[in-house]
Structures are given as structure tokens and as C-alpha cells.
Write a protein that binds this ligand. Structure first.
Ligand code: AP5
Length: 224
């Protein structure tokens, strides 16, 4: 029996990583994968790939993402269901950036009733967020994330791991960051409340350095 919600499931199938834009979900997800070997599905990364490939989904999503709004729920539903069902039974999966609306959370619940779904919320103060996001750079080749203030590469603008020139996301400029935070408060904070009421919910302090955040995340995941 599940220790957090009393449900009839034992091993972790789905780890929902919650937190504001720039809260460190991607950073922590990578560490969890390295340590525990789960699959990782970031809806933001998946959408950016659709945009790069100019698919039908990508064409619908591009302008919405660049303005800091959320894409329509139905654009992601089938993609998420597919990935969760494929990965959850074998190794388990981290959902990074999904669900972001209560309707998405209800959709996820509709096909995971037999699975152990646990939410971990990385709580970060808003004044930290703007600095983090406006300083974020990423490697377009290997995906490594840097921050010009908190975790810069050894050589400015160049990836330590593969030597590729680093890039900046179009939604990581101050005006769009402020819009993303507004949308988060309005649409995604209620998702935190949704999981808070479920029992299978944990919160960690995301205001400290990534390694310290991970120490807390690691304790939680090890206990599941
Ligand atoms: P998405 O890519 O998911 O963006 P996000 O949720 O806004 O999150 P981020 O990726 O910006 O941040 P993060 O929490 O992963 O932080 P990171 O680890 O990189 O979504 C983009 C867009 O896609 C959305 O706006 C929306 O349009 C659309 N979308 C996606 N999912 C959707 C959905 N479900 N429904 C509808 N639309 C959807 O860290 C950020 C920076 O901080 C880095 O520079 C990092 O080095 C640094 N950092 C991390 N941790 C720390 C720390 N502890 N201390 C100091 N610095 C740190």
C-alpha cells in the first residue's frame, strides 16, 4: 500500500516536478535521472523541438511560447499520455513542466489511477526567478544548462562539455519572464494546491544552490 495516499501501488511510476518558471525543474530532473535512472519528459523541451522542426504542433505553439502564455491543453494531451504509458511501467518517468493547469492535472489523473504519482514542488521566491532566467544559457547541442551569475561555463559563451556556442531562450528576456510569472500564479499555482490535497506531495526549498536542493529531492525520492 502507498505510504502517502494509501493507494494500491508500491513503486514510483510518475514523479511530477512542480515549480515556477526558472525554479530549477530541468536542473533537478537531470540530477534525478543520473542518480535514479528514471525517464525524463519536459513538455517545454518537447514543444521547442516541435517548433524547431516546424511541425503542425510547433507552428501552433511558437508565438504562444514566445509571449510567455501556455499552449492549449489539447496540444499536449496525447503526447504526455503516450510518454507516461510507455515509461511508467518500466523505469518510471519524471514529468517536468506538466501539468500546468488543473485541467491537465485532472487529465493526468484520468489515466494514472493504477500508478503511483508523486508531486515534488520546488518553491522559489519570485525575486530570484528573474535573475535566474535572464542569466540562463543553454547548449543547443548537448542540453547542458548554465547561468551567467550562478553556474557560468569556464569559457564565456562556450559549453564546457562539448565546446558548442551557448544560446539564450527567446522567453528568457525580462518582459516575457514577468508574463510567465503572472501566468504561473494564475494557472499553475492551483495545480500545486491540487497535489497538496492528494497526500503524495512534497515541497523543497529551491532558494538554495542546486546541490542543496538536490540533497532534499534525493531524500524524498529515495524514500518512495
Ligand atoms: P518550460 O520550458 O517548461 O519553461 P518553465 O516551466 O517556465 O521552466 P524553465 O524551463 O524556464 O525553468 P526550470 O524550472 O526548468 O529551471 P532551470 O533548471 O532551467 O516551458 C516553456 C513554455 O512552453 C511555457 O511558457 C509554455 O508556453 C509552454 N509549455 C510547456 N509546458 C506546458 C504545459 N504543460 N501546458 C501549456 N504550455 C506549456 O533553471 C533556470 C536557471 O536557473 C538556469 O540558468 C539554472 O542554471 C539556474 N538554477 C537552477 N537551479 C538553481 C539554484 N538552485 N540556484 C541558482 N540557480 C539555479
Amino acid at each position: 500500500m502507498c505510504e502517502c495516499c494509501g493507494g494500491d501501488h508500491n513503486s514510483l511510476n510518475v514523479l511530477v516536478l512542480l515549480g515556477p518558471p526558472g525554479g530549477g525543474k530541468g536542473t533537478q530532473a537531470k540530477k534525478i535521472v543520473e542518480e535514479f535512472g528514471f525517464g525524463h519528459f519536459s513538455t517545454g523541451d518537447a514543444l521547442r523541438e516541435e517548433v524547431r522542426n516546424q511541425t503542425e504542433i510547433g507552428r501552433q505553439a511558437q508565438a504562444i511560447m514566445e509571449s510567455g502564455e501556455l499552449v492549449p491543453d489539447e496540444l499536449l494531451g496525447a503526447m504526455v499520455k503516450n510518454r507516461v504509458e510507455q515509461a511508467a511501467e518500466s523505469q518510471g518517468i519524471i514529468l517536468d513542466g506538466y501539468p500546468r493547469t488543473v485541467a491537465q492535472a485532472e487529465f493526468l489523473s484520468s489515466f494514472t489511477a493504477d500508478m503511483k504519482v508523486v508531486a515534488v514542488n520546488i518553491a522559489v521566491d519570485q525575486d530570484q526567478i528573474v535573475k535566474r532566467l535572464s542569466g540562463r544559457r543553454f547548449c543547443p547541442k548537448c542540453g547542458t544548462i548554465y547561468n551567467i551569475s550562478f553556474s557560468p561555463p569556464a569559457v564565456e559563451g562556450i559549453c564546457d562539455k562539448c565546446g558548442t556556442e551557448l544560446a539564450r531562450r527567446k522567453d528568457d528576456y525580462e518582459e516575457v519572464i514577468r508574463e510567465r510569472l503572472r501566468v504561473y500564479d494564475q494557472k499553475t499555482q492551483p495545480v500545486v494546491d491540487f497535489y497538496g490535497a492528494s497526500g503524495c506531495y512534497f515541497e523543497v526549498n529551491g532558494n538554495v544552490p542546486p546541490e542543496e536542493v538536490f540533497t532534499e529531492v534525493e531524500k524524498i525520492v529515495s524514500s518512495l
